[in-house]
Design a protein around this ligand. Structure first.
Ligand SMILES: Nc1ncnc2c1ncn2[C@@H]1O[C@H](COP(=O)(O)OP(=O)(O)OP(=O)(O)O)[C@@H](O)[C@H]1O
Ligand SMILES: [Mg+2]
Length: 360
């Protein structure tokens, strides 16, 4: 007889989940290096970072599939991991949708979804129907996994995770096996379902656009640590570090100089965006912020162009030899070798970095 899962409502004012200085080593590898992170009820967190930076290990510690070497994990008002606490995975009441968490091939869709529900519960059948309806899979309830498309399998996996009514679902690269168009669709549907049911989620993805589009917050990890934990808007427009600046979007870091409240760079001069300061900085120049003017005596040269449908991405070499990129509507037609003047779009307040970090 196993104890019931921890699906009780979160006490008012409590965070749903908090990780407190969590560390995990595998032999000599420090996979997670002192992570602190919180998730509120119903909040959707997107977690991104390079391969091997500790994303899955972090999620596995939340799920109860790995035990932290130090630090603590608190879930729904109680400690589930720590020096004097341990609640095993099956009693945490957390939903899991992992890429390698395949459906059971010998069970029908219906029985896959019912797998985590008590056998004799009088509401079992109704609950299975309810979650299958939620993911629009009720008509295929009697099929076996091999009779489903990749997208349909993913929906069933989500239904299975949601069936016991967990307060949080953990998704590790859940959509990455799907092709691009389907992935966007399933992702949108999944987020809508999570919102509808008020379920919180941590969603690991390799896709920065997916992270920015999906998360209430985006957590950018690197080398077992969190580089930035912020809203997508904040991470994109005010990156905390050089790494984040280039990880969350295309950017060139342009040398610039701060002096007496002004910022001077090869492509623009402006009032310094972050207060008084003096000396060398880097200006984060994103392609959509870089303007081109082919009308005047330009000193930059178009060295490459990439057709992207509605837009064309131009690569330019400045007089200093620095390479920049500029995203232009497809109506702008410039040939390779064209001479242009380059600037920053009016009204743009670019981010600057001092010694690789955002100045305070
Ligand atoms: N069971 C394990 N035994 C030994 N080392 C491990 C184990 N699991 C993970 N690691 C190591 O810990 C580090 C973090 O791994 P983790 O799987 O958390 O990375 P990740 O961010 O999920 O990467 P990816 O994007 O490739 O999935 C890596 O260096 C990995 O090799
Ligand atoms: Mg992983």
């Amino acid at each position: 007889m196993t104890a019931p899962p921890l699906t009780a409502a979160v006490p008012p004012g409590e965070l749903l989940l908090s990780l407190e200085s969590v560390v995990k080593d595998f032999g000599r590898t420090r996979a997670v290096d002192g992570i602190s992170l919180t998730v509120g009820p119903g909040e959707i967190i997107a977690m991104v970072g390079p391969s091997g930076c500790g994303k899955s290990t972090t999620l596995r510690m939340v799920a109860g599939l790995e035990r932290p070497d130090s630090g603590r994990v608190r879930l729904a008002g109680r400690y589930v991991a720590g020096p004097d606490a341990w609640v095993p995975a099956e009693r945490r009441g957390v939903g899991l949708v992992f890429q390698d968490h395949a459906l059971f091939p010998h069970l029908t869709v219906e029985n896959n979804v019912g797998f985590g529900l008590p056998r004799r519960s009088p509401t079992r059948t109704a609950r299975i129907r309810e979650v299958l309806d939620l993911v629009s899979m009720a008509p295929l309830a009697g099929r076996y996994p091999h009779e489903l498309s990749g997208g349909e399998q993913q929906r069933v996996a989500l239904a299975r995770a949601l069936a016991p009514g967990p307060p949080i679902v953990l998704l590790d690269e859940a959509f990455s096996s799907l092709d691009r168009g389907l992935r966007a669709q399933i992702r949108t549907d999944t987020v809508a379902i999570l919102r509808h049911t008020g379920t919180a989620a941590i969603l690991i993805t390799h896709d920065r656009d997916e992270a920015l589009a999906t998360g209430d917050r985006v957590v950018i990890m690197r080398g077992g640590r969190i580089e930035q934990d912020a809203t997508p808007d904040e991470a994109f427009h005010h990156p905390a570090t050089r790494f984040v600046a280039t990880f969350v979007g295309d950017a060139v870091l342009l040398p610039a100089e701060r002096d007496a409240g002004m910022l001077y760079s090869e492509i623009a001069e402006m009032i310094t965006p972050s207060g008084i300061g003096h000396g060398e900085v880097e200006l984060v120049a994103r392609p959509h912020e870089v303007t081109l003017d082919a009308g005047g005596p330009g000193k930059a040269e178009v060295v490459a162009l990439e057709f992207q449908g509605a837009f064309v991405l131009y690569t330019l070499t400045l007089q200093s030899g620095i390479t920049l990129r500029s995203l232009q509507p497809h109506e702008v037609r410039l040939d390779l070798g064209a001479k242009v003047s380059v600037g920053l779009a009016p009204g743009i307040t670019p981010s600057i970095l001092v010694d690789g970090v955002r100045p305070r």
